[in-house]
Design a protein around this ligand. Structure first.
Ligand SMILES: Nc1ncnc2c1ncn2[C@@H]1O[C@H](COP(=O)(O)OP(=O)(O)OP(=O)(O)O)[C@@H](O)[C@H]1O
Ligand SMILES: [Mg+2]
Length: 255
């Protein structure tokens, strides 16, 4: 199987009036289709910059990024981006919010509407189509936001701390929901998080970045052999392998 995404020897610096800020240094990794990769690293180490480079919003100073074999800059249509803030618009109903991306791309066909309706029903928002976002719980809002992103049928989802604004209990529930949705739809996901436990609970692999300029300290494969088919982010947290992964990543982060 070929990687869906290849990042090769990427360097990136921001240039402002105050000078140059090196953000990322010699980043290389491959992502396989259907995998779930988490990225952790100290604040300001370049995690969001890396997602912007993958999405084609920024171009590397050096190195290359390929999505399905084509340069990332030409592949924006393959990418879905979900941020910490769900940015649902209060003046639109939940249904109208979820259709927004399709309307913007002028691809709001009856087939796409049917897909959106199915997802709303499947993911527990079927009865909330006509309400305003403020009438939803934090978890429901995140589900609406991911349905809006999935409506565009992206091959790769980039998730930049999408749960960090939620309270702890909701965060656990929503990470379970989102994990299930992404696995059911066989999507490739890259999740940036500050939370080591969340990275282990959700990831097939965790990429640990160093302090700025971020370089890769270690890539750790996560396997929960004790869980097999029953792996969910929630069950992973209480598995016997979990504390060892936590210690391994912690050691990489504080070195
Ligand atoms: N538009 C910009 N102009 C100049 N410098 C920037 C810009 N955006 C980010 N930076 C700097 O680049 C570095 C990496 O920023 P980035 O936002 O990618 O970090 P991060 O790992 O996502 O941080 P956090 O964990 O706080 O979200 C930081 O030092 C930041 O100050
Ligand atoms: Mg960030």
């Amino acid at each position: 199987m070929n990687p869906i995404l290849s990042v090769k020897n990427v360097n990136y610096s921001y240039h402002t009036q105050d000078g140059e800020t090196p953000a990322l240094s010699n980043i290389s990794f491959d992502i396989m289709p259907g995998s779930f990769t988490c990225i952790v690293g100290p604040s300001g180490c370049g995690k969001s910059t890396l997602l912007s480079l993958i999405s084609g919003l920024l171009a590397p100073d050096e190195g290359e990024i390929y999505i399905k074999g084509s340069p990332a800059a030409d592949s924006a249509m393959h990418i879905g981006y979900m941020l910490q803030k769900d940015s649902l618009f209060e003046w639109r109903s939940v249904y109208k919010n979820v259709l927004l991306g399709l309307e913007t791309r002028k691809s709001c066909t009856p087939e796409k509407k049917e897909l959106v309706n199915q997802m709303l029903d499947t993911y527990g928002l079927g009865n909330f189509k006509n309400v305003k976002p403020s009438q939803l719980s934090g978890g429901m809002r995140q589900r609406a936001a991911i349905i809006r992103t999935l409506a565009l049928e992206p091959d790769i989802l980039l998730l930049d701390e999408p749960f960090s604004a939620l309270d702890y209990q909701t965060r656990l529930e929503v990470s379970d929901d989102i994990y299930r949705i992404l696995k059911e739809q066989d999507k490739t996901a890259i999740l940036v998080t500050h939370d080591i436990s969340e990275a282990i609970a959700m990831g097939d692999r965790v990429i640990v970045l160093s302090a700025r300029p971020g370089h890769i300290n270690k890539i750790i494969d996560i396997n929960f052999d004790s869980l097999k088919e029953d792996r969910t982010p929630f069950s992973a947290r209480s598995s016997p392998e979990f504390p060892d992964y936590f210690n391994m990543i912690w050691k990489e982060l504080v070195q």
